[in-house]
Design a protein around this ligand. Structure first.
Ligand code: ADP
Length: 804
């Protein structure tokens, strides 16, 4: 059985304690025992008329009983999901007494019942379950008061209902009129429950509210929610509607534009694009043949629909054609003084290069365009200013500059482009560079020309030949472009670390200018006058804020870097500027502070000194001689080690020595063997010993004949057990008769020897002519000794030892 309200009184105790002042109706009624039809979540109000369908046998029996007893029945909702008239579980405490006005049998046994709600009733007790439910029901009359407050409440609810009706499409205004016609406030509140938007809980709450003012207040609250909901619904509706309208409108407009364009003879954007291409081609300065080809392509584009894949390719091709600087040249500035000033402004020293550039300007001034553009090739270790010189030339001449790097280029197509039939084809790097230059007479810097490789994809250097050859480059053909492009007005500047790897055919076409590296003093000047100001500027420091004296610069050059160029030096200076800039930015006082740094301050900023002594060996040793090599990083000293051990006369060579170097080693051994009698060595000595020659660092490949003297010296030192002087370095190719032959790169080698802190440098007498290249400063403190025979090398290089 369900739990029901207390039986005794109509009112709850709280209501009974506070007697209302002007009660219209105060009646005590007896409970009536009536048939009950339990419903689902449906709430019937007094004065409501509605039709319900009854199927449950128990409820049908209840209806029968009702028809027999004044047609009265109690309808009450249940808090259940499934409607089922067979149970009273979850029955609400307040229902509605209704009168049956009509009843119709339905096929299948059910009944359609028309009812009229009569009054609220409190369900006190279910008194019977079988064969149908009966309940003791107590009438709950409206508790109402007259007065302004009630009128106001009614007016508010009526106007809310009006608003609501206006917001919900499908409710006619009649509802508003009907509501206005109700003058009983309780009925007004009950009628509002016709709204389909009330929830079951809201309806039931209204039914259970006996106090009319309270009921109306609740209705007002519910209406507010409904109005808000309806307003949102309406807004969404409007937006959806507006969206549909806009797209329709756009469609019509677009159609109209099409029609208008047709009238004007300019079909669509595609036509505009085609006209744009045509205009650019006709107004540009393409050679006639190229123009004809371009217009041809435009025609092809026009025939293709805008959506064909071909049209994208044609468009890309035309873009390239019109973007290249056909016939566009910049005016050269041929003022020699100005050019000289600019070159000096950008670079310290490098007199030979600067002179060559000024000569070019002078000749050009006299000969005009008849003169062929030179192809300069700067060869030297990294960081000696090869690339930046190229830029500086452009500035001096007032030309544009572009740079491409050829390092690692192995595919001819990188230079000359892919044919247009390839997907994603592009012109080669040369023409891409020309497009960026926006003029056809720029300074074109080809970096790292010695790093161009060759493999199955073709030989890029043959394409480069065509680029650089003045006989051919007026009509350079790119696979993608298909039409020739004139490169003859371009000045090409190439850079390389080494000359050897450049194919001879390319070398022939270039004017090689060597930049062998700087002495310490030159580096200090470059750092003071160029690199430091540049880095200070880049880090937002003023010239007064950071000053390094020459001792600091020397320390940077000597103890923090070891290189032929100034790249690491510049990096260290940048490092220093960064550290100072950080301090300066930390406070207002620090900003006005001056940093005057000397050598001893540097470790605090840059960490401990990296190179604390020269590369010279630390003491005179047996079997170790100091040779000199020229590598990509400039000249460098290298130790040549020899040891002898009992064996069978084998020669081992380690340290990644190239073929030529291995032959030098063999020559040194043969020479020593040939002279063994002079040194009083046993005849069988060489058959009973193995010789191992090693040149560290083992992982770096080395080659060339110039280590011959050093190998021979180390070998003789080991054979005679006489130490080699650590302060002597040597270079030179040797013959089997002990003659010392000329080598290349004397200047780089002299610089490297000087850098390593060695005092005597033995070099082939044939190279004496190159001494002029060695900077004065180096010549002053390095003993440069020309030698023509190994005997002389030994006599200087080996430590005197009496008794042998
Ligand atoms: P490379 O191309 O030879 O490797 P870079 O042209 O990149 O060297 O030069 C490295 C840096 O050193 C650049 O900032 C350059 O301006 C500077 N530099 C090199 N040589 C000089 C010089 N003689 N005077 C002034 N700055 C120089």
């Amino acid at each position: 059985m369900i739990a029901m309200e207390k039986e005794t009184t109509i009112d709850s105790p709280a209501e009974a304690e506070a007697p209302p002042p002007r009660r219209r109706v105060v009646r005590r009624v007896r409970a009536q025992n009536l048939p009950l039809v339990p419903m689902g979540e449906a709430v019937v109000f007094p004065s409501m008329e509605l039709t319900i369908q009854i199927n449950s046998p128990r409820s049908l029996r209840a209806l029968d009983a009702a028809l027999r007893d004044h047609r009265r029945v109690v309808l009450a909702a249940r808090h259940v999901e499934e409607e089922d008239g067979e149970s009273v579980e979850g029955l609400v405490p307040v229902g509605c007494l209704a009168s049956i006005t009509d009843i119709q049998a339905l096929p299948g046994g059910g009944q359609r019942v028309s009812i009229q709600g009569v009054k609220r009733v409190r369900l006190r007790k279910v008194t019977q379950e079988d064969p149908y439910f009966r309940v003791d029901a107590l009438e709950l009359p409206d508790k109402t008061t007259d007065g302004e407050q009630m009128q106001d409440l009614m007016a508010r609810v009526v106007s809310q209902i009006d608003t609501y009706v206006s917001l919900v499409p499908g409710i006619t205004n009649e509802v508003g009129n009907f509501v206005r016609g109700i003058d009983d406030p309780g009925r007004l509140a009950d009628m509002s429950a016709y709204s389909p938007d009330y929830t079951f809980e809201e309806r039931q709450e209204l039914l259970e509210t006996q106090d009319v003012a309270e009921r109306l207040t609740k209705v007002s609250g519910f209406m507010l929610r409904l109005i808000e909901l309806a307003a949102i619904r309406q807004k969404v509706q409007e937006e959806v509607h507006a969206g549909v309208e806009k797209s329709q409108r756009d469609f019509f407009l677009r159609e109209q534009i099409k029609v208008l364009r047709k009238e004007l003879g300019e079909n669509d954007p595609e036509t505009a694009l085609i006209d744009e291409f045509r205009g650019k081609i006709e107004q540009g300065r393409m050679p006639e043949a190229v123009k004809a080809k371009a217009l041809n392509e435009v025609e092809r584009l026009q025939l293709q629909g805008p959506h064909s894949p071909e049209s994208g390719m044609i468009r890309a091709y035309l873009d390239w054609l019109v973007e290249l600087p056909w016939g566009i040249t910049t005016e050269d500035s041929l003022d020699l003084d100005r050019a000289a000033a600019i070159l000096d402004e950008d670079h310290y020293g490098l007199e030979k290069v600067k002179e060559r550039i000024l000569e070019y300007i002078a000749v050009r001034k006299l000969a005009g365009d008849r003169m062929r553009s030179p192809i300069l090739c700067f060869v030297g270790p990294p960081g000696v200013g090869k690339t930046s010189l190229g830029r500086s030339i452009a500035r001096a001449l007032g030309r544009q500059s572009v740079r491409i790097s050829l390092g690692g280029v192995r595919d001819e197509a990188e230079i000359r482009g892919h044919r247009r039939t390839y997907v994603g084809a592009l012109p080669g790097r040369v023409l891409r560079g020309m497009r960026d230059a926006k003029s056809c007479n720029p300074i074109f810097i080809l970096d790292e020309i010695d790093k161009v490789g060759t493999d199955f994809r073709g030989d890029p250097s043959s394409a480069l030949l065509e680029v650089l050859d003045p006989e051919q480059n007026h009509a350079f053909s790119d696979h993608y472009l298909e039409v020739p492009f004139d490169l003859s007005k371009t000045i090409f500047v190439t850079t390389a670390n080494l000359l050897d790897p450049i194919p001879p055919a390319l070398q022939d076409r270039m004017e090689v200018i060597e930049l062998p590296g700087y002495t310490d003093d030159e580096k200090v000047r470059i750092a003071q006058d160029f690199l430091l100001p540049k880095q200070r500027d880049a880090h937002g420091l003023t010239a007064d804020q950071l000053v390094l004296d020459d001792s600091a610069m020397h320390s940077l050059v000597h103890e923090y870097t070891r290189e032929a160029g100034v790249r690491n030096l510049e990096r260290e200076l940048a490092n220093l500027c960064r550290k100072v800039a950080r301090k300066a930015a930390s406070s207002a006082e620090a900003e006005s502070q001056v940093w005057r740094l000397t050598a001893s301050d540097l470790p605090a900023y840059l960490g401990p000194r990296r190179f604390t002594h020269g590369l010279a060996e630390e003491r005179d040793e047996v079997g170790v001689a100091t040779g000199v090599a020229v590598t990509q990083a400039g000249g460098d000293v290298m130790a040549v080690e020899v040891i002898l051990m009992p064996g069978t006369g084998q020669l081992s060579l380690t340290g990644q020595l190239g073929k030529v170097m291995q032959e030098s080693a063999q020559a040194a051994v043969s020479y020593a063997r040939g002279r063994s009698a002079d040194w009083k060595l046993d005849d069988k000595y060489f058959d009973q010993h193995n010789i191992h020659i090693h040149v560290p660092a083992g992982a770096v490949p080395k080659d060339g004949p110039s280590a011959g003297t050093a190998m021979a010296t180390a070998l003789i030192s080991a054979l005679l057990q006489r130490a080699v002087r650590r302060d002597v370095a040597m270079t030179g190719e040797i013959t089997l008769r002990g003659k010392v032959l000329a080598i290349g790169g004397l200047k780089e080698k002299a610089l490297a020897v000087d850098r390593a802190g060695i005092t005597t440098f033995l070099f082939p007498r044939d190279n004496e002519k190159d001494l002029v290249d060695v900077p004065e400063k180096v010549r002053q403190h390095l003993r440069l000794m020309p030698v023509d025979h190994l005997d002389k090398v030994f006599s200087v290089g080996l430590v005197e030892q009496f008794g042998i």
